[in-house]
Ligand binder design. Structure first.
Ligand code: PMP
Length: 432
């Protein structure tokens, strides 16, 4: 007779949600290694998304005020259909000729000033920045790069060297860090010092590469004229200006298609990503024709998936939806009203400091109190968690981790903004 223990059927009862989550976390750590970034103390397990809403596996819905990749809205039917159709018909690479691929390049370039006349497509923002650095270094014959000192530009070996936030700061002779512009700051002076260092060390200056809204730096208001002044210094020293529009591009700021337009100076190279394919990997570098031609002549740059047929179909659909749905105007008007409503919350909540940003790229600074403007990272992290519990997703940024980052998909409407403000108001009140 086998023992009862051997004949007992395995339990078929589903694990409790908490046990299932614990299992999944353990499995993830085992497969992906420890410390792979993850949001929230109780991480979300998402099942589907549409427009500005995300739904988890338990059927709970969350208002998305964070995800900028789903630029024209999660699962936008025009983008989905365009990609599906193209995948079914043909999806190869740029070593074959294709008019639709060229059409997309044209439509994209139409959104830029005439001085920027060529484009090289890639798959990720990191690749775009990596490529921009190569183009700048080859074009100038120099290696030195100036970047801000609390920022993120991507994950390749050379781009990690210019990404100082959330990484041990790389100590390499060809990168110099400056503090992002802010009232009373010394951005322009920092750029001047970095240029002098590159001159004196013989390294020479290739470029200044910046995110035009300095988002990871904390989305500080940029004093008028500072970027323009810094670019003039860079150019006088023979360097190029690279604008990283991976976060700020495609109309997110409402007033413009590109963040660099808020500074009144046209870059030599612009890098794009995230929003560009609405979730289909698509990124790239737009630049001065001669710079890109000189690079192309020297380097056989080929990117298997960059500018593939399906990627270009996604990109084209995104541009069309932005225009058809007038999403810049939406970001401008709803973003402005949302910023006003967030400012109005200051009367109730003394921990709200500055409300910054424009369009659908807003930051709410969380400080100790009205009389103590010290950053309060702990409270900020708590607010992010509580807002999630209230059904609204946001995040935090800044060198002190105390700026709530509000960066919703572009179809975010006034009614969504009201839900967000209510959730923030609730999340700042003492827990009941
Ligand atoms: N530049 C900026 C400003 C970014 O925010 C990011 C990604 N967060 C990147 C570049 C890198 O893009 P990707 O993750 O697509 O490589």
């Amino acid at each position: 007779m086998p023992s009862p223990a051997l004949t007992r059927k395995p339990s078929t009862a589903a694990p409790s949600p908490a046990a299932a989550l614990k299992q999944m976390l353990a499995r993830r750590q085992n497969l992906m290694g420890p410390n792979a970034p993850l949001f929230y103390r109780q991480p979300l397990v998402l099942a589907r998304a549409k427009g500005v809403w995300l739904h988890d596996v338990a059927g709970r819905k969350y208002l998305d005020a964070y995800n900028n990749v789903a630029h024209v809205g999660h699962g936008h039917p025009a983008v989905v259909k365009a990609v599906q159709r193209q995948m079914a018909r043909l999806n190869t690479h740029t070593r074959y000729l294709d008019a639709a691929v060229l059409d997309y390049h044209e439509r994209l370039l139409d959104k830029f000033p005439r001085a920027l006349g060529s484009v090289v497509l890639t798959c990720t923002g990191s690749e775009a920045n990596d490529l921009a650095l190569r183009i700048a270094r080859l074009g100038t014959g120099h290696q030195g790069v100036i970047v801000t000192d609390w920022t993120y530009h991507g994950n390749t070996a050379s781009v990690s060297e210019i990404s100082s936030a959330y990484n041990p700061r790389p100590v390499v002779p060809h990168v110099r860090y400056v503090r992002a512009p802010q009232a009373g700051g010394d951005f322009v002076e920092g750029v001047r010092r970095a240029i002098a260092y590159f001159r004196d060390s013989g390294i020479g200056l290739a470029a200044m590469l910046i995110d035009p809204v300095f988002s990871t730096d904390g989305l500080q208001a940029v004093p008028k004229g500072q970027v323009k002044q810094a670019v003039a210094l860079v150019r006088a020293a023979g360097g190029l200006y690279i604008a990283d529009e991976v976060q700020s591009g495609f109309g997110r700021l409402g007033r413009f298609w590109w963040g660099f337009q808020s500074h009144g100076v046209v870059p030599d190279l612009v890098t794009l990503g995230k929003a560009m394919g609405n979730g289909y990997p698509l990124a790239g570098v737009v630049g001065r024709r001669k710079l890109i031609a000189d690079f192309r002549r020297e380097v056989m740059y080929f990117n298997t998936f960059g500018a593939g047929h399906a990627a270009c179909a996604a990109g084209r659909a995104v541009l069309e939806v932005i225009e058809a749905e007038d999403l810049l105007a939406n970001a401008r008007s709803v973003g402005a009203a949302l910023a006003d409503d967030l400012r109005a919350l200051k009367d109730e909540h003394s921990c709200i400091g500055e409300v910054r940003g424009q369009g659908f790229f807003l930051g709410v600074e969380i400080v100790r109190g009205r009389d103590d403007p010290a950053p309060d990272a702990e409270r900020t992290a708590q607010v992010v968690e509580r807002m999630k519990d209230a059904g609204v997703l946001v995040s935090n940024i800044g060198r002190h981790d105390n700026v709530l980052k509000i960066r919703p998909p572009m179809p975010f409407a006034a009614r969504h903004a009201r839900l967000l403000v209510r959730a923030l108001d609730q999340s700042l009140r003492p827990a009941r």
